[in-house]
Ligand binder design. Structure first.
Ligand code: ATP
Ligand code: MG
Length: 293
């Protein structure tokens, strides 16, 4: 019902505009923000962690990835961030092949990845100054304070990471990623270490900011409800596994299009028609199909 199989092989089907028919050409075909083509990663020859991973990210789209530990989610995110290289395949951003990291992509890591000797303000200012080196000190300061406020940390702005709780550190990571106003946000379990209450609050904050800024987001989560709340599409990843026919690499087993209205909230989610079907579908995948496909 929600399976969008076209997304799996869609890249190959977009025809080039024939040069012999220029009169037929209308408005330029909009390309996706990000195109991932047949990505694969092997640490051990002949036993890739995943293979043949293809999908696109449209501008303003929120895509979540769900899969068991070790299936390669962080590896894919690191490749998209330009921090790791794939063994196979290509990644294109606005039709240009991506090489290396760039401030066009904001990353929130699975750990906190803050510089421990810098305060919250300095950690974020460091990113802002890299992005806009010509800004005045006052401009940078105002920008940093705005994003710290956005994640509710104004009271801790001059503290160092060691003085913060895990949840607060993750908020700093989120504020830093948003502060450089990237074309795309890459989030690796950004709420993993948060208690349920804080997690809910920050999910709401993130959803609000994303809706307002039309930010494009690629996010890894282990939390099915979080994916249903936030994502327009959910990529279900399976792990690589030995089968009677030999080794099968992991990959995207299914792309689930979220049918729930976009205005959904945490409070309304479980009252919406289709919520339980969607949830059961994803949980069934994780329980019985994710280990091999
Ligand atoms: N540098 C490395 N050398 C060898 N194997 C690695 C290396 N980095 C990752 N792997 C392996 O690649 C696989 C995928 O790792 P990855 O971190 O992408 O998984 P993940 O899906 O993000 O898992 P988790 O949900 O636990 O974060 C794992 O089996 C891991 O052991
Ligand atoms: Mg990971």
């Amino acid at each position: 019902m929600w399976i969008d199989t076209s997304a799996l092989g869609g890249l190959k089907t977009s025809p080039a505009t024939p040069q012999t028919e220029p009169l037929l050409r209308k408005a330029p075909v909009t390309t996706p923000l990000l195109q991932i083509e047949r990505l694969g990663k092997a640490y051990v020859a002949d036993k890739p962690v995943f293979a043949d991973v293809s999908f696109t990210l449209e501008r303003g789209e929120f895509v979540c990835v769900i899969g068991h530990s070790g299936c390669g989610k962080t590896t894919i995110l690191n490749v998209l961030a330009g921090l790791d290289t794939a063994t196979e395949g290509h990644v294109f951003m606005e039709s240009r092949e991506m090489v290396g990291p760039s401030l066009e992509r904001g990353v929130v890591f699975q750990g906190h990845a803050l510089m421990p000797w810098l305060t919250v303000r300095q950690n974020i200012a460091f990113a802002v100054k890299s992005r806009w080196p010509d800004w005045s000190a006052a401009q940078t300061r105002a920008h940093v304070e705005k994003f710290v406020q956005l994640v509710g940390l104004s009271h801790a702005i001059d503290k160092k990471p060691s003085q913060l709780s895990g949840g607060m550190k993750q908020r700093v990571g989120i504020a830093r990623a948003f502060s450089i106003q990237p074309k795309m946000l890459l989030l690796d379990e950004p709420f993993g270490a948060l208690d349920a209450l804080t997690r809910g609050t920050i999910q709401d904050e993130l959803m609000g900011i994303v809706r307002e800024t039309h930010q494009t987001v690629f996010m890894i989560t282990h939390d099915v409800d979080e994916a249903i709340l936030l994502a327009d599409r959910i990529l279900l990843m399976s792990n690589g596994a030995e089968t009677p026919d030999g080794y099968k690499p992991g990959g995207i087993a299914e792309v689930v299009v979220n049918p729930l209205p976009r205005e959904r909230t945490r409070a309304s989610l479980h009252h919406l028609d289709g919520y339980y079907d969607l949830r059961n579908h994803i949980v069934d995948f994780l329980v019985s199909r994710a280990k091999a496909h």
